[in-house]
Ligand binder design. Structure first.
Ligand code: SAM
Ligand code: MD0
Ligand code: SF4
Length: 367
């Protein structure tokens, strides 16, 4: 048997979480310090049990449409940072995006995530009309919920996106530590980014926050990030391991062990059992799906159709042309894991209930 000194403590945290107690920040740090598979196994089992209690065996699928890779920013981790000559640049037309989204809807995804860099086409003159219209057109063509991931935008733009039908706003802080953040999102205001999420929530939108793992942060900083998410009005929380990108300042940083991401997914599930937690195909492709599900994820994101000329973010090509980042491929893997693709109604019902809670909370909260 293992002599891991933290074992009894870990068992205590897991037992209390299964009994409905939310782990405190110090307890989150204890969980995130787990660095061997044997010690992680009971954590993963508890996370899967909490997912089952809140979501049964149903998993949600998100189609990913990265429709413009132009960006005015200089994030040190990102392939698409301004001035990276090795970045694939494209901007899809409205009609292409609508056709791609319709195809994704027909393939069985539950949501369309419309993502872009902070494209100067929109940001330079604060001209977001075409983006708002794109949201309306995608909704009309698919009938599906839409997530907007446009970067940091002002409340008037958020309100216009909401009015056009975007249920979700995604904007990831990467880490809730100002110093590490400043090394990642160079020249971008920490508070403004965090405020954009609060503003979206106050407008009645559903919101996603996310963290990046393996960028020189400590376990304590990871724990503070999960704790910040716990205390934020966010409905979906993600973690992705940093993938080094050619042509960028962090190109030669050694990537983190994947166990760290799995342990973080599971800890997030213990801390936020009823929130949506993605398994992104954008880190390890389809091969990375099973372990992320086993760690308690209940959404599969970064589903990208082949032959559409679309890229991923952290894995710009992996498994896309091969057609492995598709809903049918995901469905096969879910079945093998004893899970299933949710029905469209199950996802729509979850979104409606979450939005009712958000609006009710928003009427008493302020930004
Ligand atoms: N441009 C918008 C923005 O940055 O908010 C929308 C794009 S957002 C979906 C890009 C996200 O992908 C980042 O916030 C980051 O969490 C993740 N990401 C980008 N590059 C990555 C990399 N090299 N490895 C892992 N995750 C990465
Ligand atoms: C993903 N590549 O789901 C996408 C992206 C943006 N809202 C999501 C990071 O992994
Ligand atoms: Fe631009 Fe987003 Fe990449 Fe940062 S993460 S460089 S904002 S596309």
């Amino acid at each position: 048997m293992t002599t891991n000194p933290g074992r009894a403590e870990i068992e205590g945290i897991i037992g209390r979480a299964l009994a409905g107690e939310t782990p405190a920040t110090g307890e989150i740090e204890t969980l995130l310090a787990i660095d061997d598979a044997a010690a992680a196994a009971p954590l993963f089992a508890a996370a899967a049990e909490l997912r089952r209690r809140h979501f049964g065996d149903a998993v949600f699928l998100y189609g990913f449409v990265y429709f413009s890779t132009w960006c005015r920013n200089d994030c040190t981790f990102c392939l698409y940072r301004r001035g990276n000559a090795q970045s694939p640049r494209y901007r899809k037309s409205r009609d292409e995006v609508v056709a791609i989204s319709a195809g994704l809807a027909a393939s069985g995804v539950h949501l369309i995530d419309l993502t872009m860099g902070e494209d100067p086409l929109y940001f330079a003159g604060h001209e977001f009309g075409a983006l708002v219209e794109l949201v309306s057109a995608v909704k009309a063509a698919t009938g599906l919920p839409v997530m907007a991931s446009p970067g940091v935008v002002t409340p008037d733009v958020l309100a216009a996106l909401r009015d056009a039908g975007a249920e979700w706003y995604a904007c990831y802080q990467e880490i809730h530590d100002r110093e590490v953040y400043a090394r990642l999102r160079t020249g971008q205001d920490f508070d403004q980014r965090a405020r954009a999420r609060l503003e979206a929530a106050a407008l009645g939108m559903l919101v996603e926050d996310g963290m990046l793992l393996g960028v020189g942060e400590t376990v304590g900083q990871r724990a503070l990030t999960v704790a910040a998410m716990r205390d934020e009005p966010v409905d979906q929380v993600r973690v992705m391991t940093f993938v080094p990108q050619r042509g960028t300042p962090l190109a030669h940083l050694a990537p983190a062990e994947r166990l760290g991401e799995l342990v973080t997914i599971a800890a997030m599930r213990l801390v936020m059992p009823d929130r949506l937690i993605p398994a992104s195909l954008d880190v390890d492709g389809i091969a990375g799906l099973e372990p992320r599900l086993a760690a308690g994820a209940n959404v599969v994101t970064s589903i990208v159709p082949p032959d559409a000329g679309l890229a991923g973010v952290s894995q710009s090509e992996l498994d896309i042309d091969e057609g492995l980042r598709t809903a049918p491929e995901v469905a096969v893997r879910l079945a093998a894991a004893g899970l299933r693709v949710a029905t469209p109604g199950e996802y729509a019902d979850w979104v409606s209930a979450a939005r009712r809670r958000r609006v009710a909370a928003g009427s008493t909260a302020s930004v």
